[in-house]
Design a protein around this ligand. Structure first.
Ligand code: ADP
Length: 260
């Protein structure tokens, strides 16, 4: 609570009373704290690749690496880290736009089998590299659902990319689609390490990572699921995750058949 007090004063009477205003600033403080956390997170996440770029540049400038092959390795690392920075900035801007609700999407009729096929085609190289097999299970008669085709493809790609990243080589990923009278539900299940129950509620927050260093080493930005959640909720749908450690994870989302 913020208290403000002003004296009541008249020339003849002097101070004869006071007026007090009590203002509840809990919400304001919460927003302030969120803003500060965001700045701290963003700075930290940007600094990590930048520090690495600086280190490799200095090594090259100081002539620490003398042979051609080692120099080329340094350049490759610099290149990789700058791509990462670029991806991070793009995703941050995207998330900011989504959170601000500044989206005016054209809705297209989405055919689930085509959606699955498109995403699988795009991620074919990653699947092949880890020799992962994908099983599709689409309930017959699944209706065409309205949504922004590009954005829904982004959601499914993101979930499938995570599933690939966390799957063991030679593993199986299951993609399912079911429906009821109100919505279509799409899920991606993997045989990865799973997520501890106490971490599940936080998994959709930006920059939240289970086992920070391992997840970062696997190449993610920590923004993927936050973006997924925003896109799905902007469509009037919901996201969910079921996971057991050591067994795997299932990420799913719904899309309403009649979005409001
Ligand atoms: P990232 O870009 O790091 O993957 P995400 O927002 O997509 O960020 O995911 C956040 C974190 O959730 C990941 O860093 C990882 O710890 C965990 N996670 C996401 N998907 C899976 C999965 N399929 N299996 C296990 N952990 C996962």
């Amino acid at each position: 609570l913020l208290a403000r007090v002003a004296p009541l004063w008249e020339e003849k009477k002097g101070i004869y009373g006071a007026v007090g205003v009590l203002q509840d600033i809990t919400e304001f403080k919460k927003t302030e704290q969120l803003r500060r956390d965001l700045i701290a997170d963003v700075s930290h996440e940007l600094r990590t690749p930048l520090t690495s770029i600086q280190g490799f540049c200095e090594a090259l400038l100081d002539g620490v690496e003398e042979d051609r092959v080692a120099q080329e390795e340094c350049l490759k690392m610099i290149h990789r880290e700058s791509l990462r920075l670029n991806q991070l900035i793009n995703e941050l801007l995207d998330l900011a736009r989504l959170e601000a609700g500044k989206v005016n999407w054209e809705l297209n009729p989405i055919e689930v089998p085509d959606l699955f096929a498109g995403v699988l085609f795009k991620l074919k190289p990653q699947l092949a590299e880890k020799q992962i097999r994908v099983e599709q299970e689409i309930t017959p008669g699944v209706p065409v659902v309205p949504g922004n085709a590009g954005r829904i493809e982004q959601v499914l790609s993101n979930l499938l990319e995570n599933a690939i990243r966390f799957s063991p080589p030679g593993g199986v990923i299951k993609m399912q689609a079911t429906y009821n009278e109100n919505e279509v539900s799409i899920s991606v299940s993997d045989q990865g390490p799973g997520i501890p129950g106490e971490e599940l509620p936080f998994i959709w927050e930006r920059f939240y990572r289970v086992e920070k260093s391992r997840s970062r080493a696997l190449g993610g930005t920590g923004l993927g699921l936050a973006i997924v959640k925003q896109i799905v909720e902007n469509h009037g749908g919901k996201v969910a995750v079921i996971s057991r450690q050591g067994t795997g994870s299932t990420f799913s989302f719904t899309l309403p058949l009649a979005p409001s």
